[in-house]
Design a protein around this ligand. Structure first.
Ligand SMILES: [Mn+2]
Length: 343
């Protein structure tokens, strides 16, 4: 198999051919890592005089709109025809922070049929085969990996303070503020480089962690006070959230970001599951401590997957039934996990 270094070299040669049109796509329900990566890469392409559009299948949470080029991202839900045209014309289509086109929602079929070459830059396991796949599950975030890709292709001179800020946003948010998945020294060497290149760390912390609305605080407070439940005899916290609750507290995209991590602050809680009722689907977020592989639970029962300590899933069932399914499969999951960890 081709190494990342070889793929980056091949991508560099392709980009050097010039006059390229590019499209950059984050995953559905994009987070700080996906959007940080889109902001950073689009800014580098802009500095290099290349045509570039960021396309999303849904909407970008408001708290990320401060990042460079993000306000001009085009949503398929608002401008489907524009998205289709840019995809049809693109020479290269960058898929950031996801390993498969099925994580692109409404954009999927138009990406699949687009003639341009696809480039995956990501840190999730088992990426789809595409023309260029740069993937590393050891890195903290796609933004950490993207730092390496950008600096090898263009040199660090393109990493302006705006690019550094965007990359740090991804590294910080994907690690819960450098608390999990961030034990490699390399991550901190990259952060040190970003500081030297003009990262304004205090500003990023303010934009990410100090921009709450009071209704968001009340939504989270309500869930923790009234909805959090510990499953009998298991170290598992679950938080079911109904659509009515979201409406009552004026829910906006991104408002529940980080909530799923909070129950892990309880010593005896080893796994946290947030179960949120959305328009057509119920979405699940799993988090765990240590070596507990919640991605296997998400994959086995909830049409999902992800990382060892952070996974997601979705079900087209009523909220109550999904909650029931989580409870029913908890003993199975812990049995599986204990068998594996004793092997
Ligand atoms: Mn990520």
């Amino acid at each position: 198999m081709e190494s990342n270094a070889e793929t980056i070299k091949r991508l560099k040669e392709r980009l050097e051919q010039g006059h390229l049109k590019t499209v950059i796509i984050p995953h559905i329900s994009p987070d700080g890592d996906a959007i940080g990566a889109c902001a950073a890469l689009s800014e580098v392409f802009r500095l290099k005089g290349m045509g570039c559009h960021v396309l999303t299948c849904d909407f970008i949470p408001e708290y990320l709109h401060f990042l460079k080029n993000i306000p001009s991202a085009i949503s398929f839900q608002e401008k489907p025809e524009t998205c289709k045209r840019h995809l049809a014309e693109a020479d290269l289509i960058f898929m950031l922070d996801h390993n498969t086109v099925s994580r692109e929602g409404y954009l999927e079929e138009w990406v699949v049929s687009a003639p341009g070459e696809k480039v995956i830059i990501d840190h999730h396991p088992d990426p789809d085969p595409q023309a260029y796949v740069i993937s590393d599950t050891r890195v903290s975030s796609t933004c950490e990996l993207l730092y390496t890709v950008i600096s090898r292709i263009f040199g660090t001179e393109v990493i302006t303070p705006d690019v550094a800020n965007a990359l740090y946003t991804g590294i910080n948010t994907d690690t819960g503020g450098l608390s999990h998945n961030s034990s490699r020294p390399e991550t901190y060497r990259i952060i040190a480089d970003l500081l030297e290149l003009g990262l304004d760390k205090a500003y990023i912390h303010e934009r990410i962690y100090q921009m709450n609305r009071i209704s968001r605080l009340r939504l989270i407070g309500n869930v923790l006070l009234n909805k959090l439940e510990i499953i009998d005899s298991y170290p598992v916290a679950i938080m079911p959230i109904t659509r009515q609750e979201l409406e009552r507290y004026e829910y906006r995209d991104g408002d529940l970001e980080g909530l799923v991590n909070i129950p892990l602050s309880v010593q005896q809680v080893l796994v946290s599951v947030q179960i949120t009722e959305r328009k057509e689907k119920v979405k699940l977020s799993f988090r765990s401590k240590g070596q507990i592989p919640v991605n296997e639970w998400a994959k086995a029962f909830f049409n999902g997957g992800g990382h060892l300590n952070a996974a997601g899933g979705q079900m087209e069932l009523p909220l109550e039934e999904v909650v029931q399914k989580v409870k029913e499969t908890t003993p199975w999951f812990f049995e599986q996990f204990l068998v594996k960890s004793n092997e």
